[in-house]
Design a protein around this ligand. Sequence first.
Ligand SMILES: NC(=O)c1ccc[n+]([C@@H]2O[C@H](COP(=O)([O-])OP(=O)(O)OC[C@H]3O[C@@H](n4cnc5c(N)ncnc54)[C@H](O)[C@@H]3O)[C@@H](O)[C@H]2O)c1
Length: 346
Amino acid sequence: MAKGNQSTRKRRSGKRQRTKGVRAGVVGLGLMGKSIVACLLSSGATVTGLDVSPSARRRTRPQVLAMLKEMRHEGLLKFGPAQALRRLTITTDFARFSDCEVVIESITENFRAKKETFDKIESVVSTDTLVASNTSAIPISNLQKGCRHPDRVIGMHWAEPCHVTRFMEIICGEATSKDSAERAVKLAQTWGKEPALVLKDVRGFIANRISYAMFREAFHLVESGVATVEDVDRSLRNDVGFWITFAGPFRYMDLMGVPAYKLVMKDLLPDLDCSKKVPELIRRVVDSGGKGVSTRKGFYRYTPRQAKRWQELFLKFNYDIRKLAMKYPVDAGDRPAPERSKRRSR
Ligand SMILES: NC(=O)c1ccc[n+]([C@@H]2O[C@H](COP(=O)([O-])OP(=O)(O)OC[C@H]3O[C@@H](n4cnc5c(N)ncnc54)[C@H](O)[C@@H]3O)[C@@H](O)[C@H]2O)c1
């Protein structure tokens, strides 16, 4: 990240810091773009969405409306869904982003296409508009190269379903200013996220790096005959799955007692899989046309009814876990217990 950026500060001086009901743009209205739109509308934002595909544009309103209705049903929307949808404009014209405070690019994962999109966004927005990318893997520092104002270019890594999850990684490229990073974090908080700041744009950012280390070991255990797919899933769900929404790995070790982890690491780390190859099992599944529930064939097999049921339950679970996560925010233990604070005030 670039240190304190004078020019950015100058550009923003005298401006009111608006963190609620922002004017936001979304480029790319695919799987993620649509749920990003629903998330922004639910926070009170006025949103302009753009996509090159007529069918994506056509599908956006009905699908976003369905998400908003679902949010309303789950108590996550304080407006009527139709009322929220009125704040959405769909267009093919980049000029409609001219008054946006933030524009989020969420098009297909293609470097050249993203660079062209950034150029089109920068040609119409004001100099202090945040320009964000939802890239999964392209380094933000590369996307910044050649930009008119690279200091306001930033990564915003969302997780599906974007209108429900609390996850967001804000990624700084080499040229991103501290001011842009702070603004992005504040915006994300107004969108119902609990954002994590990634200070260097390493491949995979935080969550993917750690998840993939876990996936690699999961494959290793199955491929070396230690456990079945079912039992690896069962074990992880009931161990990590039980604490991970409450505490990250560091808080968890604090709660359990740190020295034990040091002791185990000494013997266990040399034993873990460090392979750089894509595991044979995932190759076999993908090469035989397995995509998961969408083709009813992945690591498990599904009847049409089961595939639908797993998808429905996963969405319901996302709402349930969100409620739990809201009850135990990241600083839950630093806050006084409600009973104790009441007693003190008596
Ligand atoms: N799918 C995920 O779980 C996930 C998670 C995190 C990040 N991402 C990233 O988010 C981005 C979008 O992913 P997705 O899954 O929504 O993809 P998607 O294929 O569902 O949607 C992409 C949309 O972008 C549109 N598009 C393509 N080129 C365009 C252009 N030049 N201008 C305007 N619109 C254009 C397409 O018509 C399509 O509607 C990718 O960079 C992806 O890596 C995806």
